[in-house]
Design a protein around this ligand. Sequence first.
Ligand code: PMP
Length: 427
Amino acid sequence: PYHGPSADEVLTKRKKYLGPSLFYYYQKPLNIVEGKMQYLFDDTGRRYLDAFAGIVTVSCGHCHPQILNAITEQNKLLQHATTIYLHHAIADFAEALAQKMPGNLKVVYFVNSGSEANELAMMMARLYTGNLGMISLRNAYHGGSSSTIGLTALNTWKYPIPEGEIHHVMNPDPYRGIFGPDAKSYAKDVQDHIDYGTSGRVAGFIAETIQGVGGAVELAPGYLNLVYDIVRKSGGVCIADEVQTGFGRTGSHYWGFETQGVIPDIVTMAKGIGNGLPLGAVVTTPEIASVMNQKIQFNTFGGNPVCSAGGLAVLRVLDQEKRQAHCAEVGSHMLERLRSLMQKHEIIGDVRGRGLMVGVELVTDRKEKTPAKSETAVLFEKLRELGVLVGKGGLHGNVFRIKPPMCFTKDDADFVVDALDYAISKL
Ligand code: PMP
């Protein structure tokens, strides 16, 4: 049993010593003290089914034994020395990651977070093209650091600071977007931004293939193909942010961008790559990477032995346990069940996603698509009471994000759907 500080004690200390911008889930925040695969345990020993995976980060499962073992063994030998010396772990991990990439995406940089990965990607795009302008989608989240905050396009996260030349184009959102699923019209908006809002030349375009923080919004089919063309014709490079969608989570493909049939010039990753370790990566082509040669590019912890050993173990576990196929199977079962729940409950305006990257958008009026903000908040608390932890997203916080560890089973998915069904019927 747990003998540490209570939730109240932790909260008091947090408020006293940590920044006031920190937020937490639930009116009475959970004091989580242990994790095991798809379960989390609070200080009273209560078990929760984790359908949010520490914000889509715990890919293989909490404290997965094989990954734990890899980290522990490496910790005993050597924790840190930096890349000024040789160590096999970073090289082995880079090789394994490069082998997962299509096309000529063969050069790997390791960093410590998603924001850092996108910072580096943006810097490379600008250096390589000699242009400054970046294009990102409205409703995107690409980080909270001072320059990635410019790419992020949700007012909830934006501090008013200078952003540089960043253009936020229309979000190709099949549910809320004014053009529905018509990729061509949204792509025209990108061309318009370039024609009217820039010199005609841009540094790059960045997008998640299924927006995470934005509420599991899957881009209109065919969109990336059209936009990559437009951007490349204007001298820019195309960046795929795979921080949430990568590593087989979408089920049908290992990388989110593959669902749109494109190959980016730069791919950024974090979260799931480390199953909870602070780890991020940027993968690009030798040609783009060569532009970084003009100076030294260094990152003290990037690819450190412990993170690399853990990251390599993650890649192996995902393959050995056939997690991509598993995500496809469990994900389509859950989507099917959620779609039939939609017939029953008027409040469910949209069910969307792929694999174990699922969104359920709640509205008070299906025609007007009015966000059911307060109802979502009530259901969110109710789900917690029932022992189910989901995420919340979208600009109005009216989308449930169901993105569990990939070891989630069909029974787990049924439990989530049944709990949601029950909670809604008690509204
Ligand atoms: N990109 C995406 C798609 C993300 O979801 C996030 C984090 N929510 C980031 C980038 C930033 O990652 P980090 O918080 O590790 O900096």
